[in-house]
Each structure stands twice: as structure tokens, then as C-alpha cells.
Design a protein around this ligand. Structure first.
Ligand SMILES: [Zn+2]
Ligand SMILES: [Zn+2]
Length: 407
């Protein structure tokens, strides 16, 4: 990677170029993004990626802190004398998927694929760091937060637990995700919930096993599991207020290995998605009751593990508005998202601690996130760079009496 070229010339605290030169940066940014795509790394293993991020930030003249949550990197850029601070976050990890595209920059690592576009997010935030380091049209401190392990492992939670906001105070935090359902050039967010809370459940039903020809001597864990699947599918429709949105899906049923043996054990696994903490509590309680009730009826034991791994991603109102204004200022078609998505996002852990907003950035294309042929759309790179810059410039206005000044 020609990072020296990417970083360009910079000169201490003096802005080099007042004009927006994102277009000049694009060839380098595309090369960087494709290099990250070709070298994807799984959660908490983002050593090469973190090394590139830290080196680029140092070349830009930022203060760089490595090692938070293992591979996390934070770059700090100060300008002016305002005490205001803002955090801009990107995720760096890839997925355990075998990439099936035939692209020149396809993954060189078997079974690992940037199938969620975090290569693009990382490149866009580095591009914004480069632009803001050059133009410096803000007054305050910007923390560029590069987090590991967004995909199910809660890298953001670990960064918070290891003192992210004590070491790098942020008045507010912002992040984006590329969004294939939105056309290129569009962006959406909304005040309140934008992504769901994600829970996982595992239920083990235990009997003692026996001969399939003597069902009267053996509690049938498979019959119990079958009834429990049906019972679980009634929870959202019968126990949750129809005005609420929630999903419960059983995704795995396992048990038995022979045609003439009643097994001693059956297991069910699934996920619950919700936006409201009350509904989440109700679903967990109803799931535990259903397992206990079915177990009692069949004379088996039920062992329930219920794990709430990501909370709902909830935008604060003023920051959601700032995110939309920044999107419009970045030349995007900005609109309020009509409803939240049922997928989840560990930026939620940052939004539990600080006000902020999460933006969907139009990516277009036919490939869904996590598809084996998915690739980040490089045409979206300048949009994300400009949005991050516009957010920082609005959150840290040079003239605090200007109409865009906040707090
Ligand atoms: Zn993902
Ligand atoms: Zn993602």
C-alpha cells in the first residue's frame, strides 16, 4: 500500500487546501479499499488492517492509540480551542464466508470475506481523517474510532469496557453502514430505533432415550421439541402488542441418529429481534414458560440459555437530525427512514453511552449484505467521506453562533 501517497502532504496545524478535494483522493481510496478487501480479517484478528489504519493516521499527523479491544485503533485530531468533541466510528472485521466473486481484488484468504462492506467503512473513515486533517474546518476534537469485531462479537462493547469514552471523551458519536436496499447517492436515518436488539436462545430437552418400538417407556424429546417449535412461534403473534415489532425465529433443531432409537436429547436454537426493552423481557419470559410447560407435559427436562448479545441501536433526536443535514450537505438525497431494520449492529453499545446517530448510506446493487458475491460499491466512497466530514464540521462548528452550531 502506498500510504505515503494516500496521506499526502500535511503541515502541522495549518490547512493546506481549503477546497474539498475528495475527488483527488479517490484513486488512492479505491486502491486502499480493494487492498483491504483482498486481505480480510475475522473478529479480533484485524492485525494487518489495524496496522494500515494506524500507519495512515500517523502519516496524517494524528495522535494514534492502538490496542483498545486488542486490534482497535483511535486517531485524534484537534483544531482550534473549543472543548467540543465528536467520535466517528468504522468497523474493520470481515465474515467467515467463502467469497465466490471473480473480482481481481477478491479475498486471498480461504473462508474469509468482506461480505458486509467494512472494508469500505474503514476506507471512508480514513478518507475523512485525511480530508479533515487537510481542511480543518472545525473547532474542537475529532476521535476516529476503528473498532474490531462488529460481526456478532461485540468489539464496540469491549472498547467501551476498556475505557473508550474515559480516554477519548465524545459529546456524540456517529457511524454509517452501506445499505444495498438504498440507491447510490441516497442516505437515510431516523430518530429512535434504527436497528434491532438481537438475542440468541438455546434450549436443550433431556429425557433418557430408549427403543423406538416402546414409546411408553421413554419420554419423547423429539415430540417435545416439535411442540415447542410451534409454541415458540405463537409468542410474537399472541403475547406481544400488535403495535410492537418483533421477530422470533427457530433456526436449528437437532436430535437423534438412528431410525429405531428415541434419543435422550434434542436441542433448539434461534434468534429474537426486538426494539422495545419491555417486549424483549416479555418474549424471554414467555419463551422460558413455554419450554418449562412443554417439558412438564412430556416428562422431560428443559435447559434454557437466553443471551442478549446486541441491544437495539437507538439514535438520539438532535443527532439524527444533524446526520440528515450532513448527508444533504454531502450532496446526498437524505430522507427519514420510514421504519427500522431487524438486523442488528454493535454501534448500539456506543449509542447506549453517548448521544449519536447511525446512517444508512446508499450502496445500490443486487447483492445483499453477507452474500458470498457481495462487494462494497467504490462509487459510494466519496459519499461516506463527505458525510463524515460534514458531521464533524456540524458537530464542531468554527463559529459557534452559526445556525448549524449545536450544543
Ligand atoms: Zn454484517
Ligand atoms: Zn456490517
Amino acid at each position: 500500500m502506498a500510504l505515503q501517497h494516500f496521506a499526502g502532504r500535511h503541515d502541522g496545524n495549518r490547512p493546506l487546501v481549503a477546497a474539498d478535494t475528495v475527488d483527488d483522493l479517490l484513486p488512492d481510496l479505491v486502491a486502499l479499499r480493494r487492498d483491504l478487501h483482498a486481505h480480510p480479517e475475522l473478529a479480533f484478528e484485524e492485525k494487518r488492517t489495524a496496522g494500515i489504519v494506524a500507519a495512515a493516521l500517523r502519516l496524517l499527523g494524528l495522535e494514534v492509540h492502538e490496542g483498545l479491544a486488542g486490534t482497535g485503533v483511535v486517531g485524534t485530531l484537534r483544531h482550534g480551542d473549543s472543548a467540543r468533541t465528536v467520535g466517528l466510528r468504522a468497523d474493520m472485521d470481515a465474515l467467515p464466508i467463502a467469497e465466490q466473486s471473480r473480482l481481481g481484488h477478491a479475498s486471498r484468504y480461504a473462508g474469509v470475506h468482506h461480505g458486509c462492506g467494512h472494508d469500505g467503512h474503514t476506507a471512508m473513515l480514513l478518507g475523512a481523517a485525511r480530508q479533515l486533517a487537510r481542511t480543518r474546518r472545525f473547532d474542537g476534537t475529532v476521535h476516529f474510532i476503528f473498532q474490531p469485531a462488529e460481526e456478532g462479537r461485540g468489539g464496540a462493547r469491549v472498547m467501551v469496557e476498556q475505557g473508550l469514552f474515559e480516554r477519548f471523551p465524545c459529546d456524540a458519536v456517529y457511524a454509517l453502514h452501506n445499505w444495498p436496499d438504498l440507491p447510490l447517492g441516497h442516505a437515510q436515518t431516523r430518530p429512535g430505533a434504527i436497528m434491532a436488539a438481537a438475542d440468541r436462545f438455546d434450549i436443550v430437552l433431556r429425557g433418557h432415550g430408549g427403543h423406538a418400538a416402546q414409546p411408553h417407556r421413554t419420554p419423547d424429546v423429539l415430540l417435545a421439541a416439535s411442540q415447542l417449535v410451534v409454541q415458540l412461534n405463537t409468542i410474537v403473534s399472541r403475547r406481544i402488542d400488535p403495535g410492537e415489532s418483533a421477530v422470533l425465529s427457530v433456526t436449528r433443531v437437532a436430535g437423534g441418529s438412528s431410525h429405531n432409537v428415541l434419543p435422550a436429547e434434542a436441542t433448539l436454537t434461534g434468534t429474537v429481534r426486538s426494539f422495545d426493552a419491555g417486549a424483549q423481557d416479555l418474549i424471554e419470559a414467555a419463551l422460558r414458560d413455554a419450554a418449562a410447560g412443554v417439558a412438564l407435559a412430556h416428562g422431560v427436562e428443559a435447559d434454557v440459555t437466553y443471551h442478549r448479545y446486541y441491544p437495539a441501536t437507538v439514535n438520539s433526536e438532535a443527532e439524527a437530525q444533524l446526520a440528515l443535514e450532513a448527508a444533504a450537505a454531502a450532496g446526498l438525497q437524505a430522507s427519514v427512514a420510514p421504519r427500522p431494520a431487524f438486523t442488528s449492529e454493535d454501534f448500539a453499545f456506543l449509542l447506549r453511552e453517548r448521544p449519536g446517530a447511525y446512517l444508512w448510506l446508499g450502496q445500490g446493487g443486487e447483492r445483499a449484505l453477507h452474500h458470498p458475491c457481495y462487494d462494497f460499491n467504490d462509487d459510494a466512497l466519496p459519499h461516506g467521506v463527505r458525510w463524515f466530514c460534514a458531521v464533524a464540521e456540524r458537530a464542531l462548528p468554527m463559529d459557534a453562533s452559526s445556525p448549524t452550531a449545536r450544543r
